[in-house]
Design a protein. Sequence first.
Length: 291
Amino acid sequence: MATKAVANALTGEGSSTVFTGDTDPELIAGALPFAIKMYEALLATQPDHQGLILTTGSLFVMYANAFIQGPAEMLPPEEYLERADRIERARKLYLRGAEILATGLEKKYRGWNDAYGKGVQLSYLAKLKKADVPLIYWHAAGILSAYALNPFDLDLGMRLPELTAAIARAYELDPDFNSGALDDFYVLFYSSVPEGMGGDPSKVETHYQRALEKSKEGLAGPYVSYAQAVCVPAQNIETFKSSLESALAVDIEKDPASRLVNIIAQRKARYLLNAAPDFFAELDADTWGEW
């Protein structure tokens, strides 16, 4: 009973803002590994606790993205071996988180994990409720993030249709989830996945504008996602620059619960601006300052 009470307290409403509302990324980077292991220990004693499953799994995904993959991608080119090691670590953490989240879906809907393979996924998707959207979102984010780091993983690649259908259902149930997180997800998904596997560049702009609208332009993340996933492949330097400048102009106090994610996104924006000559053929380090 005591363990369950602690689990309820640590996964209740407002508990996540202890991390996401902080202004010190280094403090959170140091605290999260202990927090994750603590949640894992609690989950071992309360394996059916849906709040613990969601929190533990999503923390793995968030930690891998914000504090492993993100910094790894900003390492200088000469540290390619270190970068490769960190990217592989991030990939493994994404999958660990996704596996935990999958147990939550399986416990709520017996047979969920085999539904796509058996051709009965649609019947399971119909059972989903709005409360299931966080599980779906973080599970898909973990799998697709791992796949993005190794697109030669055929097993994960074969799961794209399954995940695409699940995210589409989540969008039907709660299109405003987490201030437009699903729209930001679609910006990355539709712009980076081949059309034959679910990508659709024609839908990117719509979801980008929706992400900005739903976040009330108070999140830096959508601007950074658009600059990196859309502007770089299109070699659109003007929009790349303006998008990142918009990210840097976001007032982190406008949404106190999102201070940390905004600070991390703005760090990424500064890096991308400084490294622009590495991404655009028309630029070099000497002429970039003229833009």
